[in-house]
Design a protein around this ligand. Structure first.
Ligand code: FES
Length: 238
C-alpha cells in the first residue's frame, strides 16, 4: 500500500454470528487512517451489526484492543498505512471468550488481578490521598518503568500460557504485583510475592517476551517479569 495516497482496503473481520469472517471493501482517506476508522465505516455504511468496542479513540482506555494481521494492537492507534498491505484482518483478542464479533468477555483477564490481589493497600489507609513518592525514593524509577498499563488485555492475549494453561495469572497482573512489591506505600509489600510464586504465576513464565512485543504503551513486561523472578529468588516467602 502506498502510504502517501488515499486508497481502499479489504477489511476482513472475524464474526461470531456468521461463523466465519466478513470481508468489506473500505475506503482509506489517508495513510494515517486507523483500523478503528475502518471498523466505524463498516458499521455506519455497510453492516450496522458489526460488534466491536471503543471509547476514548486516543489510546488511553484500552477498550479497542484487537488482533490486527496476527498481532495484538489498539484499533484506534493502528494506522492502516503502517501495515504494509491492503488486506487487513481483524480478530478478537485470544485466550478470552468471544461475546460478539470483536468483543471479548474480559472477566477472565480482570480476574487475574483479583486472584493475585493486585491492588494497592495503603500503609496509611486514613489519608485521603496516597502519599507522593519523592523523586529519590528507593525503587521509584523501577516502578515508573513498569507503570501505565491500560488493562487492554493485549499482553494476556499474546501470552501463550494465558491461552493454554487455565488459571495462569498473565503478564499484566504480575507486572502490577511486581510494582506493588517494590512500593513502600503498600502495606503487604514483599509479602505479595507469595501470590505469584507458583506454577500458574511467575515460575511458569518462559520469558519469550510476546507480552512486551504487543504492549501498546511499551511497558517492558518481559524485563519486569525477570526482575520479579529475581525478587522471588531472594525473598524468604511463606
Ligand atoms: S478507544 Fe480507547 S484505547 Fe482505543
Amino acid at each position: 500500500m502506498n502510504e502517501s495516497k488515499p486508497t481502499r482496503i479489504t477489511l476482513e473481520v472475524s464474526r461470531s454470528t456468521a461463523g466465519a469472517a466478513s470481508r468489506f471493501d473500505v475506503p482509506v482517506p489517508s495513510a494515517t487512517s486507523r483500523v478503528l476508522d475502518a471498523l466505524l465505516y463498516v458499521r455506519h455504511h455497510l453492516d450496522p451489526t458489526l460488534g466491536f468496542r471503543y471509547s476514548c479513540r486516543a489510546g488511553m482506555c484500552g477498550s479497542c484492543a484487537v488482533v490486527v494481521n496476527g498481532k495484538e494492537a489498539l484499533a484506534c492507534q493502528t494506522a492502516i498505512g503502517t501495515l504494509g498491505t491492503d488486506h487487513v484482518r481483524v480478530s478478537p483478542l485470544r485466550a478470552l471468550p468471544v461475546l460478539r464479533d470483536l468483543m471479548c468477555d474480559m472477566a477472565p483477564f480482570f480476574d487475574t488481578f483479583k486472584r493475585s490481589d493486585a491492588a494497592m493497600r495503603a500503609k496509611e489507609p486514613d489519608r485521603k490521598t496516597l502519599r507522593t513518592m519523592p523523586p529519590g525514593a528507593p525503587h521509584r524509577a523501577a516502578i515508573e518503568a513498569q507503570n501505565g498499563c491500560l488493562t487492554c488485555g493485549a499482553c494476556y492475549s499474546a501470552c501463550e500460557w494465558s491461552a493454554t494453561r487455565p488459571g495462569y495469572l498473565g503478564p499484566a497482573a504480575m507486572n502490577r504485583i511486581f510494582m506493588l512489591s517494590l512500593d513502600e506505600r503498600d502495606a503487604p509489600g514483599r509479602s505479595r510475592l507469595a501470590t505469584v510464586a507458583h506454577e500458574s504465576g511467575a515460575l511458569r513464565c518462559h520469558g519469550l517476551g510476546n507480552c512486551s512485543a504487543v504492549c501498546p504503551v511499551d511497558i517492558p513486561l518481559r524485563e519486569g517479569m525477570q526482575k520479579l523472578k529475581g525478587l522471588l529468588a531472594t525473598e524468604d516467602l511463606p
